[in-house]
Design a protein around this ligand. Sequence first.
Ligand code: IPM
Ligand code: MN
Length: 358
Amino acid sequence: MHYDIAVLAGDGIGPEITDGAIAVLIKIGEVYGHTFDFHPYLMGGCAIDACGTPLPEETVKGCLASDSVLLGAVGGPKWDTLPGDKRPEKGLLGIRKALGLYSNIRPAKLWSALADASPLKRELVENGIEIIIVRELIGGIYFGERGRKTIDGEEAAWDTEQYSVHEIERIARIACELAMKRTKVLTSVDKANVLESSRLWRKTVHEYAAKHYPELTVNDVLVDNMAMQIVKNPAQFDVVVTSNIFGDILSDEAAQVTGSIGMLASSSLGDTTLGLYEPIHGSAPDIAGKDVANPIATILAAAMMLRDSFGLTEEYAAIERAVQAVLDKGFRTADILSEGTQKVSCSQMAELIVEAIS
Ligand code: IPM
Ligand code: MN
């Protein structure tokens, strides 16, 4: 098959890590008989510099015309003082919204070769961790009404968390389906002891699950408790569904527990097979251009694209195996380096993974 892939390399380490993922996709194409065309578009700080906006119209059109989208990372200190709607992050939020990508899947998995990289005690991680966070991606407080006003002569600002039933139901469906294929237990995270939007979330998730997935167990966990449980006993969780902001925060925490945020990929999908695939980490401006970043999260994101957008499960597994093999041989980028392992650069890591695909 032939696939057209829009590439939004973005800022900071974005170009280095997407280069690694592209090299891996090209190799997969050679081995499995697919061809890929890669179409670069600007998004984030680089787009602000070139076109004065973080999300040019051409980028949205290009993504909509492609089969799927590969993204590096956006943002950096250079653009940190711009007003909210002109920041690089606005481009990322905007492309997710423009493509209707309401479902963001972020698997936090502990690779056996990296057990030592986890900051948790050995006994908490030795049986493996795999938390799959299903994050609602285009609703809630990141997209709600916001503003600034003067109250009693003082500057004030506000943001709004709002969810409607259909927004909760469609993400609940994704999470329920995933949980049914796995442990048949779903954890739903909210703050229903305080927030009205969370009370609607909880009620809707339960009603939806009871109606469509009677065999599924849904457990509710309050977000503050969840933050604690992820470090106390991460192995207790499998599929977790939550709102945009809680998913953003908890996925970074879950990533760190598994050793390195440089390993975690994510897929964002809506009602079609056009998805956006990206590492969950940021643009790491401090190490940009030094060829020391970890490309594995982006390489695994490309693997998720093959599986989730194109249905290429064998090709997905081949990339996962290659990553595993390279880690087993002891090669590490700086972020996951430990005693007795061998340090490699970003490009070397990508090259090793390419070579390990057969
Ligand atoms: C993420 C990032 C983004 C988000 C930012 C850069 C807008 O933190 O993908 O987790 O909040 O979703
Ligand atoms: Mn985040």
